[in-house]
Design a protein around this ligand. Structure first.
Ligand SMILES: Nc1ncnc2c1ncn2[C@@H]1O[C@H](COP(=O)(O)OP(=O)(O)OP(=O)(O)O)[C@@H](O)[C@H]1O
Ligand SMILES: [Mg+2]
Length: 525
């Protein structure tokens, strides 16, 4: 069990939450929800012990083993897949390694023998002999071949690393499982497998996600971070949504009734306070009036950013053309062979396929990866690109204002702040270092950059990853309204079906070009 009492956390002047009192118990799956920057990742880090500069108490049963989905994709680069997954249970891993070291000693003493016997007993107690089988099972569930067990992490593809880190968190039945956006970067089949895994999991799961479908499938409880508080609701996301809407409506109705009452009382008092025969009544009504309190409607941090892309110049007839294009992924394997296509001024193209091939395609168009054949970009075409992996942009010591200034010749800070304001970074936020930003805040920075660049050819590789629902909606509308070319990839169904009028489907090494909407395409497939 996890018991949290009077928790409060601030970063500088920014209050994330206060007066937090919660209990998390085994058998339940808690979905943490809230706007980008609300403090979801921070809250998980408080529970895992990574952050300890807070007020209040966090108590976790000593016997409980806690497992956390690691976010650093390079941390285990020099370890094999098998070791990385087993490290999910640190104690077991340490015993294994100590045992191996003892047996490898050339001068194995009697004391070593005794130590080895103790370790063997502990190892057996922890089901150590089944570890490798369990690892193989986890890999199978995540559609990975167990032939990679002895491959070093650094030799894996990004999408495989994501799965290995997930397997590490799930390994060895922990008592508490902390997962921050585990479905990002996972294919649909693996997401379904994870859903089943979590539904059957006996311990406590605390999971952050922006994916409503996933939350509805796995969560028994919903934990909302908003209004500077953290509140647990029994039930899944849809249930939370309905009850929170209902609550707000109730509060609004009550306030409205109170306001009407106040107006009525005030009118009476004004009319009769000078009237001797009614002055007593007027005084008693004044007292009633004093007692009525309008509940303050707290300000939610769920807000819609203002996304609006305006091209600096119109496209000409020649937008972009590819001939005999062969695209390679990071491993040098061709994922698209000999494709020919021409992009037109009115095109809004959704690129569909496995994430790696899609990213390789975008990188080729952006001139960031190797390709054969030709890509000719029209003289008036100005490409603005949101890559899938944005980390390299934020690996610096700049604050938000200075970060965004890098992408324009404009030196006027008010001008820069204008773009940031639209993306909900106001006042002091501008001075925040970009490296501490949350996942969704980083995407919002990238969108500010794109708006500032004013390109007429927008290329977005998974822009909806990390974004909260309000931001996804705002971005969705902006891309529908944009007067220029959009080429994008997303796992968000609504996004695909409402924006695209053309599809590029990457399949079996080919690029299939369809002049149709996503709805038309899925109705046939
Ligand atoms: N070390 C830090 N110093 C100052 N501010 C910080 C620090 N770490 C995080 N923040 C800020 O605290 C807020 C909460 O960040 P957090 O990463 O917890 O958000 P989140 O709810 O996980 O958002 P997202 O949905 O985008 O992942 C953000 O506004 C972030 O910029
Ligand atoms: Mg986060």
């Amino acid at each position: 069990m996890i018991t949290i009492t009077n928790l409060e956390l601030r970063f500088g002047g920014q209050l994330l939450f206060q007066d937090v009192n919660l209990k998390f118990v085994p058998g339940n799956c808690y979905g943490i929800i809230g706007a980008n920057g609300a403090g979801k990742s921070t809250f998980l880090k408080i529970i895992s012990g990574e952050i300890d500069s807070y007020k209040g108490n966090v108590e976790i049963d000593e016997k409980c083993r806690m497992s956390v989905l690691q976010q650093d994709h390079f941390k285990y680069d020099d370890f094999t897949v098998l070791d990385t997954v087993i490290m999910g249970n640190k104690k077991l891993y340490d015993i294994m390694k100590e045992k191996d070291a003892l047996y490898a000693k050339p001068d194995f003493s009697e004391a070593d023998g005794m130590r080895a016997a103790d370790l063997e007993a502990e190892f057996a107690e922890m089901n150590g002999w089944d570890a490798e089988t369990e690892v193989a099972q986890l890999l199978n569930g995540l559609s990975l071949n167990d032939s990679i067990l002895y491959t070093e992490m650094k030799n894996l593809k990004e999408s495989e690393k994501v799965k290995i880190l997930l397997a590490q968190a799930l390994f060895g039945s922990p008592d508490i499982l902390l997962l921050d956006e585990p479905t990002n970067g996972l294919d649909i089949k693996s997401v379904e497998w994870l859903e089943d895994f979590l539904i059957n999991f006996a311990g406590t799961v605390i999971v952050v996600s922006h994916d409503r479908h996933f939350l509805n499938t796995v969560c028994t409880h919903t934990v909302d971070i908003d209004y500077g508080r953290i509140i647990i609701y029994a039930g899944n996301y849809d249930f939370w949504y309905q009850s929170s809407q209902l609550n707000q409506q109730l509060m609004k109705n009550q306030n409205k009734k109170k306001e009407e009452k106040i107006a009525e009382l005030k009118a009476f008092i004004q009319r009769f306070s000078a009237n001797k025969s009614k002055s007593r009544q007027a005084t008693s009504r004044k007292k009633i009036l004093e007692k009525i309190q309008i509940e303050e409607m707290p300000a939610s941090n769920r807000k819609y950013p203002y996304v609006n892309f305006k091209a600096e110049k119109p496209l000409s007839k020649e937008v972009l053309q590819a001939n005999n294009l062969t695209v390679y992924n990071d491993e040098g394997k061709a994922v698209i062979n000999n494709a020919d296509f021409r992009i037109n001024k009115e095109d809004k193209i959704a690129v569909i396929g496995d994430d790696i091939s899609v990213t390789a395609f975008f990188k080729a168009l952006a001139g960031e990866s190797k390709y054969d054949g030709s890509i000719s970009v029209g003289a008036n075409t100005k490409i603005s690109y949101l890559p899938n992996d944005k980390n390299s942009y934020f690996d610096c010591d700049l604050n938000i204002v200075n970060w965004l200034s890098q992408f324009t010749k404009e030196t006027d800070e008010t001008f820069i702040r204008g773009f940031l304001g639209r993306m909900l970074f106001t006042g002091e936020d501008g001075l925040k270092k970009v490296k501490v930003l949350s996942g969704g805040e980083k995407v919002r920075c990238m969108l500010s950059k794109m708006m500032l660049e004013a390109g007429n050819f927008l290329m977005l590789d998974q822009p909806t990853n990390h974004l909260d629902l309000e931001s996804i909606t705002a971005l969705n509308n902006a891309l529908i309204d944009f007067d220029g070319v959009v080429i994008f990839a997303s796992h968000d169904h609504e996004f695909l079906s409402s924006i695209a009028n053309r599809l590029f489907i990457i399949k079996d090494g080919k690029l299939i070009d369809r002049m149709e909407t996503y709805e038309e395409y899925i109705s046939k497939n």
